[in-house]
Design a protein around this ligand. Structure first.
Ligand code: ZN
Length: 211
């Protein structure tokens, strides 16, 4: 893959995710939209040291246009791009506190992360939860497909996070806010108090969004 601003954005933020311990080894995958195509990390690539040669160009149906084998979790990324016109970047990370928090939820919900801070609620808002599916399973991609048009961040049980945004720096910010709220939740236990429903609604109104 030739160097381009999109390729450099993907490489840079993949390394940042690794350096901030939001994924490890070959876990997690990243992508950016490039016109009608998507640039995605190759299957088995270590994101901390991703190179141009480990990036695959695919169309929105997953057909490989350049490079070798895309991440086996590509289906989740493509579901986000197909459903969200303004999605320009997708991160699938394996952050420790988010995964820990996911193991304490048993039923599907559209409010899986307790809104402890306004910063979290502004950036992530309501985050639905998908029960466990094996990594790369078609059933997981289908579950994402049903939520992607309404939600830009999803918690995957015993697995991690899937986040989309206009650009990588925004997607990273959302991942970090969710991870921090999960850490606060685990640290605070039952004593912690969330933003109230009215406070969340006030933020939604200020941002002109509804769920
Ligand atoms: Zn994964």
């Amino acid at each position: 893959m030739n160097k381009s601003p999109k390729v450099e954005e993907l490489i840079h933020y993949s390394r940042v995710l690794y350096e901030r311990k939001l994924l490890h080894s070959t876990g997690g995958n990243t992508s950016v939209r490039d016109g009608e195509c998507v640039l995605i990390s190759q299957t088995g690539a270590e994101l901390g040291s991703l190179t141009e040669n480990e990036i695959v160009k695919v169309d929105l149906d997953g057909k490989v246009l350049e490079g070798t084998a895309p991440s086996k979790e590509m289906g989740m990324h493509l579901a986000m791009y197909r459903a969200r016109e303004n999605a320009g970047a997708v991160i699938h990370a394996h952050p420790t506190f988010s995964i820990t928090h996911s193991t304490m939820i048993s039923e599907p919900t559209t409010d899986s992360i307790p809104p402890y801070t306004a910063a979290f609620y502004v950036r992530a808002g309501r985050v639905p939860f998908i029960p466990y599916h094996p990594s790369g399973a078609h059933s997981l991609h289908e579950a994402v497909e049903t939520l992607a048009s309404n939600y830009h961040a999803i918690l995957l049980r015993q697995h991690g996070l899937l986040v989309s945004a206009a650009v990588m720096t925004d997607a990273l910010g959302i991942v970090e806010e969710i991870e921090q709220c999960c850490q606060i939740s685990i640290t605070a236990g039952a004593k912690g108090e969330w933003l109230t429903e009215a406070q969340c609604r006030q933020i939604d109104e200020a941002l002109g969004r509804s769920w």
